[in-house]
Design a protein around this ligand. Structure first.
Ligand code: S2G
Ligand code: ZN
Length: 485
């Protein structure tokens, strides 16, 4: 296969675009102008794509035809969903074709008795959630970009979000997949069986492969009973060790019905209060740390869908933690609107970062019990390396995934600060590695973390990845240069 430089300069096969237009239809082949922007602009503005064209197929057979056509022309493909990824996994160069799944957005079937649903890959996550709810079921994947990310992209990156503590990552929520392979064949693994021990788990090979082994075109997803009630609380804490203690106490107190346990630093909460309209300080006083806790239940007891029973358990757990000095303050939402406001605080701290200047991002995970030590070491190391840097940590403490982001020092030029992205990443990733953690918990690798793959992945894993890639995509047609260093 030609290298990227050769491919960039190669003139498009004379009739490639014509053939692609014949496959997807003229109006579903975008070749220039402002119409390209939704596909070539990247969420954080760190990358800018170019491409020969963006093809928007209507169904799997068209995806297969586009892949065959590009492979025959020696042109590689960048599969793309909602383009909400942050690691450059859907970034393309001028010689490539972007294949976007947006048109393939149907909910194909909801099977409440089987607790399963089949959807096309381009289905927006919020629409998947709504379709499940319309049938009295719950699809628990929930994350900030759910209004625009597509389930195919969630699967390709094994997305996490705020309910991993109870329901797992996207990998744990899928029963079957359909995908188009690099040679244009369609692999149909869409069954909804809970048990099927007949060979390698191809589904799990494709989940998290970031479009480098196959283009996911449909999925059979796991559904759960719709929670009848939920209890949302916010706690004020002195440190991350107290948050860790509270997590264990509330898992016990709630009969392990926590779905969410998010940790937020005071700088993040105060930033949301300062910059986000309508965001008030959630507790009476300031605290160094806050925890957003959500428990949910399908238990019918008590006549009010179990609300008072679950609330009683959470209240008792929080009261004991207060008595034992584990937490400094706490509030339990008294209404759904108050509950939504507490949950919204977690989303607002993400948005508020942009008003604090440049932000160097991290997406690391460590064993849950090591979160306090990770936070202690990382804070000290950042302040030593860049005394005026403003650590802005928050994240999914329940599953050990902390976004230890760093906001620009007030007295530092923005670009000079962002130029420190890699050295600061190295510093944070090194600490995560020392604690047995991962440099990418939920956002994937893309192109942003190829260096980390070289540095931290063991040689045997890397050798196996390369062998699997060669076996499934010998022509390097699918998303070349991503995920594998
Ligand atoms: C979160 C969202 C992505 C970001 O809020 O949990 O995964 O901007 C992040 O860090
Ligand atoms: Zn996250």
């Amino acid at each position: 296969m030609e290298d990227t430089a050769q491919m960039k300069n190669r003139p498009a096969a004379p009739d490639l675009l014509e053939r692609l237009a014949r496959i997807v239809g003229d109006k579903h082949l975008v070749t220039g102008g402002d119409k390209l922007r939704p596909y070539t602009e990247e969420l954080r503005g760190r990358y800018h794509s170019e491409c020969r064209a963006v093809a928007l197929p209507a169904h799997s057979a068209q995806v297969a035809a586009v892949v065959e056509c590009c492979a025959a022309a020696g042109v590689s493909i960048v599969p793309q969903g909602g383009n909400t990824g942050t690691m450059g996994g859907a970034v393309a160069h001028a010689g490539q074709v972007i294949l976007n799944l947006a048109r393939m957005n149907r909910v194909l079937e909801v099977d409440p008795v089987n607790y399963a649903m089949r959807v096309e890959a381009g289905c927006i996550l919020a629409n998947v959630q709504a379709a499940a709810a319309a049938h009295g079921r719950f699809f628990p994947l929930s994350l900030g970009a759910q209004g625009s990310c597509q389930i195919g992209g969630n699967l390709a990156t094994n997305a996490g979000g705020i309910n991993v503590l109870r329901y797992g990552n996207t990998r744990d929520l899928v029963l079957g997949l359909e995908a188009v392979l690099a040679d244009g064949r369609i692999w149909d693994g869409l069954n909804s069986l809970r048990k099927n021990n007949t060979g390698y788990d191809l589904k799990n090979l494709l989940v998290g492969s970031e479009g480098t082994l196959g283009i996911i075109t449909a999925a059979t997803l796991k559904l759960f009973p719709a929670p009848l009630c939920r209890v949302v609380a916010l706690a004020g804490l002195a440190d991350a060790a107290a948050a860790l203690a509270l997590l264990g106490r509330l898992r016990d107190a709630s009969s392990d019905r926590l779905s969410t346990f998010e940790l937020m630093s005071d700088i993040a909460v105060q930033s949301a209060v300062k910059h986000i309209a309508g965001q008030t300080d959630p507790l009476r006083g300031r605290h160094r740390w806050y925890a957003l806790i959500v428990a949910d239940s399908t238990n019918q007891e008590g006549g009010d869908g179990g609300q008072s029973a679950l609330r009683g358990e959470m209240e008792a757990g929080l009261a004991r933690a207060m008595d034992d000095g584990v937490l400094q303050d706490a509030v339990i939402a008294d209404s759904e609107s108050q509950a939504r406001r507490l949950v919204l605080l977690r989303e607002n701290i993400v948005e508020a970062q942009q008003f604090e200047g440049g932000s160097i991002k991290h997406d690391v995970s460590v064993p849950v019990a090591s979160v306090p030590e990770f936070i202690r070491r990382t804070h000290a190391a950042i302040k030593k390396a860049m005394p005026h840097a403003r650590p802005y940590p928050y994240g999914h403490m329940g599953d050990g995934n902390i976004h230890f982001n760093i906001s620009q020092p007030p007295d530092m030029d923005r670009q000079a600060f962002l130029d420190q992205w890699r050295p600061m990443n190295r510093l944070v990733h090194e600490i995560a590695h020392q604690l047995g953690g991962s440099f990418s918990a939920e956002h994937g690798v893309g192109i942003t973390k190829l260096e980390e793959m070289k540095r931290y992945k063991d040689p045997v894993s890397l050798a196996l990845y390369r062998r699997i890639k060669r076996a499934l995509d010998p022509g390097d047609v699918l998303n070349p240069g991503k995920l594998n260093p």
